[in-house]
Design a protein around this ligand. Structure first.
Ligand SMILES: *Cc1c(COP(=O)(O)O)cnc(C)c1O
Length: 417
């Protein structure tokens, strides 16, 4: 085995000697085949490539609403666009507040700025990295209009409590489900995306299924759905047949080619999620005895976009070294998921959203270090993100487990041999 051997990062033999692990960035880690090829040809041969008049985009919206268990779905050009549609549907007044998580893609936050609202960051749960409802409750103010919650890495956030909190305060709950396709919000229950007022999904290359780029929003509220359809289409009320622009809106339309591919990908989604759960369970079984490591919390409410591993006792360089060592063993690993919590990014620290005005943010000290200490400990010192792909073989999973065990035994102070 690997006992006694040097880490690959120090010149020893790597755990994985075969080809790179399947990943979302190559054909061997995707399920794109004859079905998608036929779908693209079907659209091309029809001569109609626009989702405004073609059949694919409306069919995708119907099928996705049904798959998620929601009344309506609106298709758009990206996950970020989906979140922009949702925030625009909330329709905040300038300076209103929207509570957001510090660990996410910037697509969870940029739409808040675009609609002239103030992102207010709430700290996260120390195991899941998802919004902590207690921290959110402390931040709800008379200016709060919405809460954006991310189901991080595919693990359900506590949306039951967040929805109750939202309803008690008359604000909307927006679920960012870009990493959480087919995630039950608790074992056996309704899916993520249906617990809030609005649920946003992404079809970007790295997600469970992809059309390159693309987005979807689900809601049970017909009025919100109509408003979002118009926000993706320049404010144009297509259903009336007249050329009118009813309110400020952009062009976030999805094309027929994207929708046709997305329809085929979504048919494959149940198998994709089932395979990822099986691989994650195998990995968890093999790592269960690792001292000083916390494996993903899974109560049947995880769809494993990635496999987040928490390590005790590392400092910032230690976490970087741990992830670099895994990558050298042949298991690409990302320390912290993000380089820093979102509030430490230049887009919020040196805001240039509207010229030099700083608007809509309220001052340079609002987003200082220490704002969300739990998020900072995860990003800087505890979280290592491991790959999880539907096309892994059992041997691939065993390689991931062996690499983690080898690196952990040598580098985790909490697990020193
Ligand atoms: C990917 C992602 C987004 C943004 O989606 P795009 O399609 O890349 O714009 C937003 N939120 C989360 C949590 C994501 O993972």
């Amino acid at each position: 085995m690997t006992d006694g051997q040097d880490l690959a990062v120090d010149g020893g033999p790597a755990v994985r000697t075969g080809p790179p692990l399947p990943s979302a960035m190559s054909a061997d880690g995707r399920r794109i085949g004859a079905e998608e090829e036929a779908a693209v040809l079907r659209v091309l041969r029809s001569g109609m490539l626009s989702g405004v008049w073609g059949p694919e985009v409306p069919a995708l919206a119907r099928e996705f609403a049904e798959q998620v268990g929601s009344g309506h779905a609106v298709a758009c050009s990206s996950g970020t666009a989906a979140l922009h549609l949702a925030v625009a549907a909330v329709d905040p007044e300038p300076g209103d507040e929207i509570i957001v998580p510090p660990i996410s893609d910037i697509g969870s936050v940029a739409p808040v700025l675009a609609q002239n609202a103030v992102p207010v960051f709430a700290d996260v749960d120390p195991v899941t990295g998802c919004l902590d409802p207690d921290r959110v409750a402390e931040l709800v103010s008379p200016r709060t209009r919405a809460i954006v919650v991310v189901h991080l890495f595919g693990k359900a956030a506590d949306v039951t409590r967040l929805r109750a909190l939202a309803d008690a305060n008359g604000v909307m709950l927006i679920e960012d489900c870009a990493q959480a396709y087919l995630t039950p919000v608790s074992a056996g229950s309704a899916l993520a995306g249906t617990a809030g007022h609005l649920g946003c999904f992404s079809l970007q290359q790295h997600k469970h299924v992809t059309a390159g780029d693309g987005g979807l929003v689900v809601t049970d509220d017909a009025g919100l759905a109509e408003r979002m359809r118009r926000f993706a289409d320049k404010g144009w009320p297509r259903e009336t047949g007249e050329r009118a622009y009813l309110h400020f809106a952009l062009n976030y339309r999805m094309t027929e080619l994207v929708a046709a591919v997305a329809r085929e990908q979504l048919r494959k989604l149940p198998d994709v999620v089932t395979a990822r759960r099986r691989h994650a369970a195998r990995l968890t079984a093999q790592l269960a005895d690792l001292p000083g490591a916390t494996l993903p919390a899974d109560a049947g409410d995880h769809s494993y976009w990635y496999y987040p591993l928490l390590i005790d006792g590392l400092d910032e360089p230690g976490l970087q070294r741990y992830a670099a060592a895994l990558t050298s063993e042949g298991v690409p690993a990302v320390p912290g998921y993000l380089r820093r919590p979102l509030y430490a990014e230049p887009v919020l620290r040196e805001p240039r959203t509207y010229g030099m005005s700083g608007y809509p943010l309220r001052g340079s000290t609002e987003y200082s270090d220490g704002l969300c200490p739990v998020a900072e400990s995860l990003v800087y010192r505890r979280l290592v993100v491991l790959p999880c792909n539907e096309n892994f073989t059992d041997a691939d999973v065993d390689d991931v487990a062996a690499a983690v065990r080898k690196v952990h035994t040598r580098l985790a102070t909490g697990g020193a041999a």
